[in-house]
Design a protein around this ligand. Structure first.
Ligand code: BGC
Length: 367
């Protein structure tokens, strides 16, 4: 027994010694011996292309770049807002043998069904941007989404103050009630605005959820709200798409620029709305950092390594379990610092400063 143990230890020492001595020569042999030389494939499912421009313009690009740079095979698909398609894509990825599955759910129910299947197949799972409630993903990568909401609430207050608004009626255009992020954003802006409503400084207008973040439906709902509440003086819109939908209705009523509207995602359209003064602010989330963080975790998992970067955690409000997380910091953007988004490489001056916006760009110090 003792002899056996000693022999094992000696082999261990020898092995360590030989790795150090032989350097990179021994790498391939070792990989082969452990059966771990094959790096697994990663599957990614993004949610849609309509609720925000980000999914089609930013996330897919940055994720593709990150996996390419690491030489890791990734199959990146978009469910186009279709929950059946989301499941079909996941089934395909699972049966094709992915080692890691990264998903942005369309709702927690269908998201969890996919996570359950993946886990049953021994696949590591990452919730990207949206937490799947009761989903039990291995990791979660997102922004501090309550902070996003706080920035929106504070941005709206700053714009209303600048306009010297008296007892303004403030309406909400919230995100999808099936997106946990929408709840977190609302928690953030409520925490900032509720004291104003409670004190009577602001008046609370319609509080409207927009199913699936559907921008067109958001416009219709806002139009109804404005028809019944003509004195709406501020719009807390949860993202740039919904903000733009409200702005189009305000334009029809010649109220754009007078009624501050918030947003999120620093989309080209949102930033242009900010530049001309139709939108009060947007929230910039560095999606490159989010994509890089998710890819870093996925790459480690695909290589069979234990990730070390998910140092925070969030508590799933349904299961009450902690999910290891990477949470990034959002930034408030007004006309004064639109240039920071360009400096960060998220949008280019050429995309933003087209003919109609050239003068506004110059005014905002974008040259
Ligand atoms: C994301 C936002 C996005 C929204 C609609 C949220 O979960 O965090 O960035 O605007 O979904 O797609």
């Amino acid at each position: 027994m003792r002899k056996g143990l000693f022999a094992l230890a000696a082999v261990g020492l020898l092995a360590t010694g030989s790795t150090a001595a032989c350097g990179s020569n021994s790498d391939s042999d070792e990989g082969g011996a452990e059966g771990g030389s094959a790096v697994g494939k990663v599957g990614v499912i993004l949610p849609d292309t309509k609720s925000s421009a980000r999914w089609a313009t930013a996330d897919v690009k940055y994720l593709t770049d990150a996996f390419k740079a690491a030489g890791v095979e990734a199959d990146i698909q978009n469910a186009q807002g279709d929950k059946t398609q989301f499941q079909t894509l996941a089934d395909g990825m699972i049966s094709s043998g992915v080692k890691v599955l990264v998903t942005v759910n369309l709702d927690s129910g269908t998201g969890k069904a996919v996570l359950d299947k993946a886990k049953a197949a021994g696949i590591a799972t990452i919730d990207y941007d949206r937490l799947t409630l009761n989903g039990g993903a291995d990791f979660y990568v997102s922004f501090d989404n309550v902070k996003v909401g706080e920035l929106q609430g504070q941005g709206l207050i700053d714009c209303l103050t600048e306009k010297k608004a008296v007892k303004p009626v403030v309406t909400y255009l919230n995100g999808s009630p099936t997106d946990n992020n929408a709840s977190l954003f609302k928690q953030g802006y409520d925490s900032v605005l509720k004291p104003k409503f409670d004190s009577g400084e602001y008046l609370k207008g319609p509080d409207t959820d927009v199913p699936d973040w559907d921008n067109a439906q958001g416009g219709t709902l806002f139009e109804q709200n404005l028809t019944t509440n003509k004195d709406i003086k501020g719009v807390l819109a949860a993202n740039d798409g919904l903000g733009n939908a409200a702005i189009q209705v305000l334009k029809k009523n010649k109220l754009n620029g007078q009624v501050p509207v918030t947003g999120q995602d620093a989309t080209v359209q949102g930033l242009q709305n900010v530049l001309v003064g139709d939108q009060c602010m947007t929230v910039y989330k560095a999606i490159k950092d989010e994509a890089d963080a998710a890819a870093e975790l996925a790459i480690a998992l695909a290589k069979g390594e234990a990730p070390t970067t998910a140092t925070s955690s969030v508590t799933d409000p349904e299961s009450k379990k902690d999910v290891k997380s990477v949470l990034l910091t959002p930034k408030s953007i007004t006309k004064a610092n639109v240039k920071d988004v360009i400096a960060d490489g998220f949008v280019t001056k050429e995309e933003l400063c087209t003919a109609d916006f050239a003068a506004a760009c110059t005014e905002a110090g974008i040259s």
